[in-house]
Design a protein around this ligand. Sequence first.
Ligand code: ADP
Ligand code: TRP
Length: 327
Amino acid sequence: MRIISGIQPTGNYHLGNYLGAVQSWVKLQDQHESLFFIADLHAITIPQDPEALKQATFDKVVELLALGINPEKSSIFVQSQVKEHAELAWILSTITPLGDLERMTQYKDKAKKQKGELYAGLLNYPILMAADILLYKAKAVPVVKDQIQHLEFTRNLAQKFNARFGSTFEVPEPLVPESGGKILSLQDPARKMSKSDPEDSRLSLLEDPDSIKKKILGAVTDTGKQITYNPEKKPGISNLITIYSLMGGIPAKDVEKKFKNKGYAIFKKALAELLIEKLGVFRKKYQELKSRDLYIHEIIKQGRMKAQSIAESTMEDVRKKVGFLPL
Ligand code: ADP
Ligand code: TRP
């Protein structure tokens, strides 16, 4: 089946972004026709510096490749280079009730944080996301929990359009990683790891070994000594177990067994070593690829051509159904 997912080109990727999103993409690309894109149109819903945005978009492609997205199996493209995203978003906006947008949790959160004027783009964000998905008639969309509301919204829009104009869009299913996908802050396990939180609460994927060690040894853990997985009672240590499990490719149960009666300090030291090793591999690949400018641009071009051919054919159908004069 065809799957599609996007990621924004803002901030340095942290461990949460990788374990929550990209790690599952790497697995899915073996089984499905996969399209992944850098959501630069979404990024500008928060003001961006133009030069920095351009660089970040390129760097994200490099990061995806270094993390294991294989251009032989997946297409990687840049959202703004396929104009149909914006075109379909406009059409979908004309069948979207304002109330549905105002109810979105992510919008409410972001609107609260936004200082100064509030722009329509932030409110309309889910419509663009729906267009991203529906354009490609994807059957499934890998997302983490916090995006499920947007996917539900997308499904509603697809059904509404199909009912009004005739069967056009696939109604997509969410594909949520088995782990639930949420990595918590190293300093406050009540919150998720986020790029907008303090530096010592998150691990960048490009973090150097000394800093990895410092942050993991300094991670807030719960009272007690046992390494037991219990997200409700021991969120701090459970989060570290989840990270060990996902990075090491071993079930959480086995992590518990391995460190039974060893105490927090030994466990944290082992986790730091595992991360230093795995992120070291990533860093090396990233640096190698980053200098291969032409190669990266070629991958972006191939991705765009593939995405465009699907998007153009969907839009031809949509235009006809809506009643626009043919080109
Ligand atoms: P942030 O919260 O750091 O601003 P984004 O909202 O840009 O990150 O998220 C980019 C992608 O990474 C999304 O798919 C998001 O759900 C995922 N993601 C972000 N933070 C985490 C986390 N702590 N755990 C798991 N996945 C996460
Ligand atoms: N909104 C998503 C996020 O912030 C990114 C995104 C944009 C996306 N369009 C998408 C994800 C389409 C999946 C499918 O993480």
